[in-house]
Design a protein around this ligand. Structure first.
Ligand code: WT7
Length: 683
């Protein structure tokens, strides 16, 4: 399946000194290790297993699983019966056994240039122990779920690791989500406590996070799920206030007179006062390999988000190994992943993978365009970043401003560049490679999902010749296949559904509280396989090219949204009778939201309604789901059985006149009308 020799034509080979010392130095070595990883996973993973501390060692089968719905319940177990603690492994082990206490864990860089703080492994361990004691004092126990809704501050890492230390399950909700979304997630996983912050700045914009958190808790109360404990980190300052003692991420330099911090002394507790009294030693709670580590919600095609559940040991091994090999990590590296910890990229490649390796990372609170479009390169230069990981949407955004803002700063510290989140178009790839990396740094295009825990298709920087736009080959232990509509495996060059034939340690274990949905979503369509939901092409050299989602999902700036989720928000408006949402290609975001709405009888469309609809979607889901286009559509194209034909709506949204087969359309006259009323400019 993987060619014996790397192809020599139309590929780019990494150059640079790093190749000599790379962990996987050649394609031949990759191939040899790959075969071992698939044929004897236990032997392959043993090298990683021995690096970690095990309170009770594993004996038995390394991976035990059933991936076939026709043979019973789907399950994956990795090293079940062994006991360990992931927080101990990423902190205590580094500080005590590896003597890395003085090493920088994070260079925190705030939204405002000049807001910065360096945190060592020792300090991080101390803060985590303190906060773990705080959680214990609030009655949080092993297995309890804790919701975290915070900006990109070091305390977010402290909160998640403190949960892991006592075996509590963290459920982080991205701080851009709305009160409604937060409430839904708190209730779905039945969290007992919420951790948040007063607020933060995104560029110039103040986000009153506590206000939103309170609204979410109020909604929970109304739905008879009271969460009566909320810990708030004070991150911002009002005018003339000093900094908060003991704070790891100093408050923003800019004063924020508009900050509103509602306080309910029955529920709210101050992070800093709790920490003040807390002891800085805390014995970790030893967990079984298969105990839950965290829940992270991802959009599902029915509209209701799914709580993806990951467990301790498999996730630990997988994020540690992918981080080490895909970014070819060495101790002198300074690594920077620009994702938010609220997404899986931040969980795996800001917190767990890098810390497991004892790496030094940049943790950035701000935006790539604030205060100007050179900010990223300024930070790269400031901290001498050697490994840089970002998303195609950020690359395309910065590419618009040309190479001058990049050239303002030296980037000679850079060695490897990475991308994740969506297919990268070759133009953006070349700009990244030529302008940012000066043709010196290989680009690792990493394909993976919240569900896969870590990279599953990816180049290894010294081993895999690159093809711009291709995520290349599987990571160790991962066995991809391409299926046609009838579920037959296609050989050689082909295109179809991307599936995986067997589990790897980092794959999700279930949908929290809904095993049925887990099986239906990922395993039912093609029994025996994990179905990614992505389309994929394999070329003559065996390279994999992701072609995009093949379900009702949209990928906006590297984040998945379900069309159903946005549609159900729109129809909540009393004037909307029916809504259909499709993606329209967008030069920066990848896809933008194009919404068709049919109004109730007697209602006419106007700008006020349009503004209300936009606001409604933001309130229901969050700013990432804000519609870019809303079209008044008195009738929608439907099949005779009444099913909306989204395929046609997608063509209308992007003004493609060639509609293909329209024979199943009930009334073809709606098409002309829809083309006539197209929105050509965003709302
Ligand atoms: C979906 C998963 C994994 C972290 C970020 C998103 C798309 C992701 C790539 C890539 C082509 C990609 C897929 C996938 N995707 N990386 N390198 N090339 N497509 O996590 O929100 O779970 O989204 O993102 O469509 O299924 P997510």
């Amino acid at each position: 399946m993987i060619p014996d020799k790397a192809p020599g034509e139309d590929v780019l080979h990494a150059s640079g000194d790093f190749k000599k010392e790379a962990h996987v130095p050649s394609f031949e070595k990759y191939k040899e290790l790959y075969v071992k990883s698939v044929e004897s996973p236990e032997e392959f993973w043993a090298d990683f297993v021995k690096d970690f501390f095990w309170k009770k060692k594993h004996n038995g089968k390394f991976l035990d699983y059933n991936f076939d719905v026709t043979k019973g319940e789907i399950y994956v177990k990795c090293m079940e019966g062994a006991s360990t603690n992931i927080c101990y492994n990423v902190l205590d082990r580094n500080v005590n056994d590896r003597k890395l206490g003085d090493r920088v864990a994070f260079y925190w860089e705030g939204n405002e240039p000049g807001d910065e703080k360096t945190v060592s492994y020792r300090e991080l361990l101390q803060q985590v122990c303190k906060f773990a004691n705080v959680l214990k004092s609030q009655g949080v126990k092993k297995g309890d779920r804790v919701s975290i809704y915070m900006p990109m501050v070091v305390e977010l890492v402290v909160a998640m690791l403190a949960c892991a230390r006592i075996g509590a399950v963290h459920s982080i909700v991205f701080a851009g989500f709305s009160a409604e979304s937060l409430c839904e997630r708190i209730m779905d996983s039945r969290c007992c406590l919420l951790i948040t912050a007063d607020g933060f700045y995104r560029g110039d914009k103040l986000i009153n996070l506590k206000l939103i958190a309170d609204e979410a808790l109020q909604k929970c109360r109304e739905k008879s799920f009271p969460v009566e404990k909320c810990i708030m980190l004070k991150h911002l300052t009002k005018e003339d206030e000093g900094t908060t003692p003991g704070s790891l991420s100093p408050p923003a330099k800019r004063a924020c007179p508009d900050l509103q911090v509602p306080w309910n002394s029955e529920v709210d507790m101050c992070w800093h006062s709790l920490m003040y009294d807390a002891l800085d030693e805390c014995e970790p709670v030893w967990c079984d390999s298969e105990d839950p580590l965290f829940i992270l919600y991802t959009s599902g095609s029915t509209g209701k988000p799914k709580g993806v559940l990951h467990t301790v040991s498999g996730y630990m091994l997988y994020t540690a190994a992918t981080f080490k090999l895909v970014f070819d990590y060495h101790p002198d590296d300074v690594y920077w992943c620009t994702a938010d910890i609220g997404w899986i990229t931040g969980h795996s490649y800001i917190t767990y993978g890098p810390l497991a390796n004892g790496a030094t990372s940049v943790l950035f609170e701000g935006l790539p365009t604030y205060p100007d479009v050179s900010r990223m390169w300024e930070i790269v230069d400031k901290y001498q970043v050697s490994k840089f990981y970002t998303a195609p949407t950020a690359i395309r955004l910065l590419m618009k401003y040309g190479s001058e803002p990049v050239h303002k700063y030296k980037r000679d510290s850079l060695k490897i560049l990475g991308t994740v989140g969506e297919p990268i178009n070759p133009e953006a790839w070349h700009w990244y490679y030529n302008v940012v990396g000066e043709k010196r740094c290989p680009v690792v295009d990493t394909f993976w999902q919240t569900e896969t825990g870590g990279h599953v298709l990816t180049p290894l920087p010294a081993a895999t010749p690159m093809k711009p736009g291709s995520a290349t080959f599987p990571f160790f232990g991962v066995v991809p296949a391409i299926l046609n509509e009838s579920g037959e495996e296609l050989e050689g060059p082909s295109e179809g559904y991307l599936v995986f034939k067997q589990p790897w340690p980092g794959v999700m274990r279930t949908v929290y509280g809904n095993q049925q949905r887990f099986e239906t979503t990922y395993f039912k369509k093609f029994p025996g396989y994990y179905v990614t939901g992505d389309g994929c092409r394999r070329d003559k050299d065996g390279y994999y090219w992701i072609t995009g989602r093949i379900d009702d999902m949209l990928n906006v700036s590297g984040h998945l949204l379900s069309t159903a989720e946005v549609e159900s928000a729109l129809v909540e408006h009393e004037s909307v009778a029916e809504a259909a949402v499709v993606g329209r290609p967008h030069p920066v975001k990848g896809e933008s939201l194009y919404c068709f709405v049919s109004l109730s009888d007697g209602i006419s469309y106007n700008q006020k309604l349009e503004a209300e609809l936009k606001k409604l979607v933001r309130e229901k889901i969050g700013a990432i789901a804000t519609p870019d286009y809303i079209q008044n559509a008195p009738s929608l194209p439907k099949t005779r059985s009444g099913k909306i034909m989204r395929r046609i709506l997608r063509k209308i949204a992007s003004n493609e006149r060639d509609l293909g087969d329209v024979s199943t359309l009930a009334d073809s006259s709606v098409i002309d009308q829809l083309f006539e009323n197209r929105c050509s400019t965003a709302v």
